[in-house]
Design a protein around this ligand. Sequence first.
Ligand SMILES: Nc1ncnc2c1ncn2[C@@H]1O[C@H](COP(=O)(O)OP(=O)(O)OP(=O)(O)O)[C@@H](O)[C@H]1O
Ligand SMILES: [Mg+2]
Length: 236
Amino acid sequence: MTLTSIEWKAVSAGYNGTTVIENIDFAVRRGQRVGLIGRNGAGKTTTLATAMGFTQLRGGSILIDGKSAASLSPSRRSNLGIGWVPQTRDVFRSLTVEENLLAGLKSQPATRLDRAYEFFPRLAERRRNLGSALSGGEQQMLSIARALMGDPGIILMDEPLEGLAPVVAAEVMQTIRRLADEQEVGIVLVEQHVGLVTEFCEDILVLERGQPTFHGATKDLLANPDILDRAIGLAR
Ligand SMILES: Nc1ncnc2c1ncn2[C@@H]1O[C@H](COP(=O)(O)OP(=O)(O)OP(=O)(O)O)[C@@H](O)[C@H]1O
Ligand SMILES: [Mg+2]
């Protein structure tokens, strides 16, 4: 897959006549790790979902490899190489792990399945288990593994560690690091633990009530703790 960039250019977007995010300028390139932080309801999911084409774009544009995505459906965007790990996980409970991985794929190269299992050995062990029998951590692994099946150049991850016990979260985070390091997959990470985001990501966008209050290098954000304090609360 040759996807190399996604850009948000002065993006405003929302749902059913409302505008939820405004003036978002943000970008991720292949091999890059960027973070998106903000309180509950700040518009993090909406920002990712807009890149996939799941919201109503009210202004600005999403550029995929430099070209406007306006006419592209979500499935077309996914075929171009954008992986999507939704906050809701969306595992099919009545399908097995392997059926979940293969669902919706037109071609089903065994190599992709092998790669997904190589990144998540736990899923290989549970390949015949139903989605409904998986733990929260395993469901999250399955959700990321499913995004890998499309051979993405960039993956949008919406709180992939949410609700996981610390030891499982660390395991999933380790795999996300490997994806970035070994496969040079670009990653947008939405995550509540600010320390994880500042440690993992080179660039960060901070949202407050749908508005960007910071976009730039992580080190510059760390030099401005007042921004973090206001947007997130330092306790987090
Ligand atoms: N499908 C939808 N239809 C209408 N409004 C929505 C929809 N999804 C989200 N919203 C609203 O948009 C705003 C931003 O929500 P969003 O889910 O993007 O925030 P978030 O930063 O991801 O929050 P969280 O940390 O809770 O996941 C909220 O006010 C929310 O109620
Ligand atoms: Mg969200």
